[in-house]
Design a protein around this ligand. Structure first.
Ligand code: SAM
Length: 221
């Protein structure tokens, strides 16, 4: 079998992804790995020496799907806003913000392949994203930005760092939204603003294929 993990991105992409709408977010089309893709069953070890070692960008995560749904519910109130999608992955949250009419949408990810994927998904939806590869965690973002983070609380220490940064941004005047499928490193369930039952295409970690996704808007400390 071809060593998929070492193909150039332009060759890999059409072999492993299919353009389709995730069931929970029919407004967008995304190039995603499906159960029919040769990557669905690939063991992580097969990518150990590949440049695509953590292909988060090939999947739509439950947090991103829930957050995209929440942004579509906010709808026109996003018009004119500057939105930072931190850890954009396939770009689903950034694209929802752009579709709602946000003035600038910055899709940020430290994985350059996520930005390649987001750019292709933006093209597929005739939307424009600004791409940012910088690690923005801990930096200052412009006041009054909307900062959105889908499925970015996935490990204990990393979650503490990202949450502390979120509160710092909030105290500087940003609006900060997190979406998390109850991984347990995040925010108290009682303080969530909204909940969504997402038909997860990525196992949320508890062996089920549905994810209970909470949306949190940080209060000023
Ligand atoms: C679980 S995926 C979520 C992707 C997307 N938000 C979604 O919900 O579908 C986490 C993403 O965060 C990115 N990431 C991790 N640490 C980051 C950081 N410090 N800054 C920006 N992106 C980061 C990873 O590369 C990955 O694409």
């Amino acid at each position: 079998m071809t060593d998929l993990g070492n193909l150039p991105f332009t060759e890999l992409w059409p072999r492993i992804t299919t353009l389709r709408s995730p069931p929970f977010v029919p407004e967008l089309k995304l190039h995603l790995v499906t159960a029919q893709s040769p990557w669905w069953t690939l063991e992580p070890e097969a990518l150990a020496h590949s440049p695509y070692r953590d292909p988060y960008w090939a999947f739509c995560w439950p947090g991103g799907a829930g957050l995209a749904r929440y942004l579509f519910a906010l709808g026109a109130s996003l018009k004119g806003r500057t939105v930072y999608d931190i850890g954009t992955g396939c770009g689903i949250v950034a694209l929802a913000a752009a579709r709602c009419g946000a003035h600038r949408v910055i899709a940020n990810d430290i994985d350059p392949w996520a930005l390649e994927a987001s750019a292709r998904n933006a093209d597929a939806n005739h939307l424009t994203l600004e791409l940012s590869a910088e690690n923005l965690v801990g930096t200052s973002l412009p006041e009054e930005s909307l900062v959105v983070l889908g499925d970015m609380l996935y490990a204990p220490e990393q979650s503490q760092e990202v949450l502390a940064w979120g509160y710092a941004l909030r105290s500087r005047g940003c609006t900060v939204l997190f979406a998390d499928p109850c991984r347990g490193y995040g925010l108290p369930q009682a303080s969530a603003k909204a909940w969504f039952e997402v038909a997860a295409e990525v196992d949320p970690g508890d062996g089920t294929c549905r994810a209970h996704v909470g949306i949190w808007e940080l209060d000023a400390p």
